[in-house]
Design a protein around this ligand. Structure first.
Ligand SMILES: *Cc1c(COP(=O)(O)O)cnc(C)c1O
Length: 396
């Protein structure tokens, strides 16, 4: 079949065209995102085992934090047990409390909403825009003008009477959200901005690494992310006082003493073990190479899919430099009914493609939460396909 040169395709033609286009870029079997351990992983992990420093103390944790701060140009990073724990701690450190509302996109991984719920706060779902796949700042502004008022320097949801305390933006699939207009909305409405940068290690907005814009940010190093520590995460902040508190809160809030066990608040055991940090140090050494390869793969997808009518590969907007953690194809609205058949034909053929997440406001535990019109996120959800995106796929 000739790619990009067809007139009135039947359903199977359209799906086959998608599959053929995918085949022209990567060989099967192609997983969605696989870890790549081709550096010093064995050397550093072996060192942990040989010396016995495998757990919650050891030199690799500090080294990982320093290397991560250097890479992201952040003043402080605090390694954690995973990205969800980092998000939870960010919310507590930002001063979000029980019965506050927190605005977040309905189009996100469940961890973003869960972290809000762990605090006892209430998720308030916002719409996304197609240009970034992230929060639509303008729509959020209009929504706040309709439902909120500022009272005593606090943003109040006039429908529920609850304070709206913070906004969590998500750099969806690694693609930076348009953050300047969001910062403006947060400033005008007295909202604290927190970045869920779990997917965006290596992505910059107007030249600055994601995670440096909000008061705090969370990263994830789960097995499917751009780099992995097995399980792991990090808090990033440029506020020295918050950084000190973040370390304290995530390490059981123990006060310094040579032998006494004293704790001055309810802390968490959210530490990253040294053996995981050892993996992370080795992974960070290879990150520039991973990012180059991921960009090459994204460019190949772009060339291949740009010739195909009825669908488009997602490309970074002019203000962003994306890590292309997961490549995205958006079907045109007319072709929504092709989503399921395309997922089936590609997965059957050994190519791991995936739809996006079930929207948060559709999950049983969050379906009664406050929300705005979510039309764009709903449309994206019916048309989005994630393509196999491991960095190794660019060099096969
Ligand atoms: C992966 C991810 C998280 C959670 O990270 P874990 O390390 O798996 O806990 C949070 N938010 C988003 C958007 C993610 O993709």
């Amino acid at each position: 079949m000739e790619i990009g040169n067809w007139a009135h395709p039947l359903m199977t033609d359209y799906c086959n065209l998608f599959l053929d286009t995918l085949k022209s870029v990567v060989a099967k079997p192609a997983m969605l995102h696989e870890p790549n351990f081709s550096g010093n992983e064995w050397v550093y992990v072996k060192e942990c085992i040989d010396t016995g420093w495998v757990s919650t103390a050891g030199k690799f944790v500090e080294r990982f934090e320093q290397d991560l701060a250097t890479f992201t140009h952040a003043k402080h990073t605090i390694a954690t047990s995973n990205g969800t724990a980092a998000l939870h701690a960010c919310l507590e450190l930002a001063g979000v409390r029980r019965d506050d509302e927190v605005i977040l996109p309905t189009l996100t991984f469940v961890a973003t909403a869960n972290a809000v719920a762990y605090i006892g706060a209430v998720p308030h779902f916002a719409d996304s825009e197609e240009k970034t796949l992230g929060l639509d700042a303008n729509k959020l502004k209009l929504h706040l003008e309709a439902v909120a008022e500022i009272n005593d320097n606090t943003c109040i949801n006039t429908n529920t009477g609850r304070p709206i305390r913070a906004v969590i933006c998500v750099h969806t699939y690694g693609h930076p959200v348009d953050i300047d207009p969001l910062i403006e909305v947060c400033r005008a409405w007295k909202l604290i901005l927190i970045e869920d940068a779990a997917e965006s290690l290596g992505s910059t907005y107007k030249g600055q690494h994601t995670g440096n814009f909000g008061r705090l940010a969370a990263f994830s190093f789960n097995g499917n992310k751009t780099i992995t520590t097995g399980g792991g995460g990090a808090i990033l902040t440029n506020d020295s006082d918050l950084a000190r508190q973040a370390k304290h809160l995530t390490t059981t809030a123990k006060t310094q003493h040579s032998w006494e066990f004293n704790h001055d608040r309810i802390g968490y055991n959210y530490r990253m073990p040294n053996i995981n940090a050892a993996l992370g140090v080795a992974q960070l050494e290879q990150l520039p190479e991973f990012l180059n390869n991921k960009r090459r793969l994204a460019n190949r997808y772009r060339s291949a899919f740009d010739g195909v009518k009825g669908m488009q590969s997602f490309q970074e907007p002019e203000f962003a430099h994306s890590n292309y953690w997961l490549n995205v194809i958006l079907l045109e609205p007319d072709n929504e009914n092709q989503l399921e058949p395309i997922l089936k034909i590609t997965n059957d053929a050994g190519y791991m493609t995936r739809p996006t997440w079930t929207l948060m406001h559709r999950l049983p535990m969050y379906e009664t939460c406050p929300k705005m019109d979510l039309g764009c996120a709903q449309s994206i959800q019916q048309r989005l396909i994630n393509l196999p995106s491991s960095s190794q796929l660019a060099v096969q």
